[in-house]
Design a protein around this ligand. Structure first.
Ligand SMILES: NC(=O)c1ccc[n+]([C@@H]2O[C@H](COP(=O)([O-])OP(=O)(O)OC[C@H]3O[C@@H](n4cnc5c(N)ncnc54)[C@H](O)[C@@H]3O)[C@@H](O)[C@H]2O)c1
Length: 465
């Protein structure tokens, strides 16, 4: 156990306790006190639906804390890997997974029937965008349907999947009630707690990242708070699930807007022949009122490109234009295209072009030191370059193969790639990249992440974004 997990949970004021008490909720058809006791003494059985980047680490932490965990994973291959103790999530070493699998603290199933007999069910399924670019809640809806088929009085359901305010109460709750015939806040409990995991982050993990929890009745909130206190050092209760959903939307909109701003600054500085990195370094010396964000080739992953769209979409449904959020999302979405145009300008300076020059992209995952390629800007760049007929290849130490359009591409040998390239685009700042060596072996480098700045010297063959 980490030191953080051993320190006592930090208590925050309970937003519903001034207006409600458990005793004031005589309508409950089961003993919430008994459920709270089972959670506190770890005899409660926990279900985790969706064993991906969010669900698997949570399931492992719960198992390590002493709970018996039932994982539901529709991907048969993932369920089998989990049960064999072979981790498919970088932040969870297989040895750590095996400590809970081999002690029967975690078992994965592909059918929701296995959730019968669980006390608390946590939903960690994807919330993507559909083909129309709008929120696609099919996995949340399918999970609610699956859970409703086994739902019994006394169970608590907690949604963690990121979504717009109203998802828990307006989408999950009606499905759970209609299909089970049970009533929320009477027969079963329902809460929302946004997931804040940052894959690859070694400093902030499940233990020491405060957990926000919201529910619209006191019993649901009490149970959810008690549940997370078993594995998280600080739990922050808020007054309803919509507030908790909005907290996550705000956090990710905050990032998207600030990244959008520095990306726009990068383009503007390029236009004005200024060095954006020098501008930012100087600006960030201000000790108050500013927070460092840096430009890059765009935003990727499951959250920053997707969540602002969830928020702005919901706002629009309610007749409100989230102009700032939309504009940031658009600016970030257009960055890969802008980087490609800059590659074109650099090639032209060499007497080459996007169609004649050899272009190598270093790093195709959306962030450093992870293999996750969802919504990854470097892949959008490769797609655009291919459409233009460019000679483009890539290297990534974490990714062997990517899908580009209808085809596939394999990671090239780094030495061969550098030797053959007219321009190398450093797209993902993986820690293992030896930038001095890469610069030495490359004809020209476009450094979109500012990785070469740490050497504090000017390289003739390096251009910063
Ligand atoms: N990955 C992150 O960094 C991160 C951070 C914060 C929040 N989130 C949010 O957490 C949620 C989950 O994200 P993730 O990154 O873990 O996704 P993921 O794709 O890594 O994992 C989700 C898992 O759920 C499974 N699944 C899908 N539908 C299912 C169903 N009906 N029943 C059982 N299993 C099902 C999938 O097969 C997959 O293994 C999303 O809403 C995401 O926005 C993710």
């Amino acid at each position: 156990m980490s030191p953080e997990s051993q320190s006592p949970a930090k208590d925050h004021a309970h937003p519903l306790s001034t207006t409600h008490t458990l005793a004031a909720n005589p309508d409950l058809s089961f003993s919430v006190e008994a459920l709270l006791r089972r959670i506190e003494n770890k005899t409660a059985i926990i279900g985790v639906v969706g064993l991906g980047y969010v669900g698997l680490p949570l399931a492992v932490e719960l198992g390590k804390a002493g709970f018996s965990v039932v994982g539901i994973e529709i991907d048969e291959k993932r369920a089998a890997e989990c049960n064999a103790g072979n981790s498919y999530i970088t932040d969870i070493p297989s040895a750590e997974l095996r400590t809970v699998v081999n002690t029967d603290k975690l078992k994965a199933y592909t059918s929701f029937e296995a959730l019968a007999g669980t006390d608390v069910i946590v939903v960690c399924v994807p919330t993507n965008l559909g083909a129309d670019g709008n929120p696609d809640l099919r996995h949340v809806e399918a999970s609610a349907e699956g859970i409703s088929s086994i739902l019994k009085p006394g169970q608590a359901v907690i949604l963690e999947s990121t979504s717009f305010p109203g998802t828990t109460e307006e989408i999950a709750k009606p499905i759970l009630e209609a299909m089970s015939g049970l009533v929320c806040a009477k027969d079963f409990l329902l809460a929302f707690s946004p997931e804040r995991v940052d894959p690859g982050n070694k400093t902030y993990t499940v233990h020491n990242t405060p957990k926000v929890v919201g529910a619209s009745d006191v019993a649901s909130l009490d149970v959810a708070v008690m549940f997370y206190k078993q594995v998280v050092g600080e739990v922050v209760p808020v007054s309803c699930s919509r507030t908790a959903e909005m907290v996550k939307m705000f956090e990710n909109a905050f990032r998207a807007v600030n990244i959008g701003l520095v990306n726009e600054m990068a383009q503007l500085c390029d236009h004005m022949n200024l060095d954006v990195w020098e501008v930012l370094d100087a600006a960030y010396t201000k000790p108050f009122g500013i927070m460092p964000f840096y430009p890059g080739p765009g935003v990727g992953g499951h959250c920053i490109p997707v969540d602002p769209v969830y928020l702005a979409w919901k706002a629009e449904k309610l007749g409100f234009d989230s102009d700032v959020v939309w504009l940031a999302a658009k600016t970030n979405r257009e960055m890969p295209q802008w980087v490609v145009s800059k590659v074109g300008r650099l090639l032209e300076k060499q007497g080459s072009s996007l169609t004649t020059g050899k272009i190598v992209i270093l790093g195709v995952s959306y962030k450093k030191d992870v293999p996750d390629c969802r919504e990854s800007p470097p892949i959008y760049m490769i797609e655009q370059l291919q459409e233009m007929g460019s000679n483009v290849s890539f290297h990534d130490p974490f990714v062997d193969e990517i899908r580009v359009g209808a085809g596939k591409m394999k990671s090239e040998d780094l030495e061969d790639a550098l030797a053959s390239a007219d321009i190398v685009v450093l797209a993902t700042d993986h820690s293992c990249y030896d930038m001095r060596d890469i610069v030495r072996k490359s004809k020209h480098v476009l450094d979109t992440r500012g990785m070469t700045r740490k050497f504090g010297e000017h390289f003739e063959n390096v251009t910063l974004l």
